[in-house]
Design a protein around this ligand. Structure first.
Ligand code: MG
Length: 213
């Protein structure tokens, strides 16, 4: 009985890992167009390697926007807030987990998925008109990829020479804002955990509506 009880979840995990492996193979075959690049299961956009110890970092979905056709309205106050932080000397960085690529099973579907994701973030960047460094973890959530929050691979990539020069980001001088904080209505607490693992001060999305929270 006991063996059977364990075999089910284990088989499911192996199946997921196989699926993820296949999807990753497709992901590596699909080109990312500049200003986007790929590193493992991470898509990132960092036009120039930026300098500076202070980082204002944000989750994307349900933190910087609320999706749907009216996302610009739900984010109307965001560009000003980000611009203000930029003027105060912060680098503005987005760390986002996305689920789409891990589900794709053909090269065409993967290509379309990567194109859609990068276009969505590009659209947001031009809406904000402020320099942004954007990191997107694209692996499935059930395989513990190093880039996927709460793992810290995206922060490490930010600190690499591909994305940073001169003064490196300093967690003690930086903060992170996300909506997955382990509250009753949150699906999980990956944003809070991500901040904790890095020693970043953590705020929920209320940071963006209450000035100076
Ligand atoms: Mg979110």
């Amino acid at each position: 009985m006991q063996a059977a009880a364990f075999a089910g979840p284990r088989r499911a995990l192996l199946r997921n890992q196989d699926g993820n492996h296949e999807a990753l193979k497709l992901f590596t075959q699909v080109p990312a167009r500049p200003p986007w690049y790929k590193e493992g299961w991470c898509l990132f956009r960092s036009e120039d390697a930026a300098e500076g110890a202070r980082v204002a970092a944000f989750d994307f979905d349900k933190t910087l926007h609320h999706g749907g056709m009216a996302w610009r309205l739900s984010s109307a106050h965001i560009p000003g807030r980000l611009r203000q932080l930029h003027e105060e000397g912060y680098r503005i960085v987005i760390f986002s987990n996305q689920h789409g690529p891990g589900r794709q099973r053909t090269r065409e579907a993967m290509q379309a998925e990567v194109r859609d994701i990068t276009a969505r973030f590009d659209d947001f960047a031009s809406f904000c008109r402020v320099p942004l460094q954007i990191f997107v973890a694209a692996a499935r959530g059930d395989v513990g990829d190093a880039f996927r929050k709460p793992n810290i691979g995206m922060w490490e990539l930010l600190c690499s020479s591909r994305c940073s020069r001169g003064t490196l980001p300093d967690p003690a001088l930086s903060f992170y804002v996300g909506n997955s904080a382990g509250r009753k209505t949150d699906g999980n607490d990956v944003d809070r955990q991500f901040a904790q693992r890095l020693g970043l001060k953590f705020y929920t999305e209320a940071f963006l509506t209450s000035r100076g929270a």
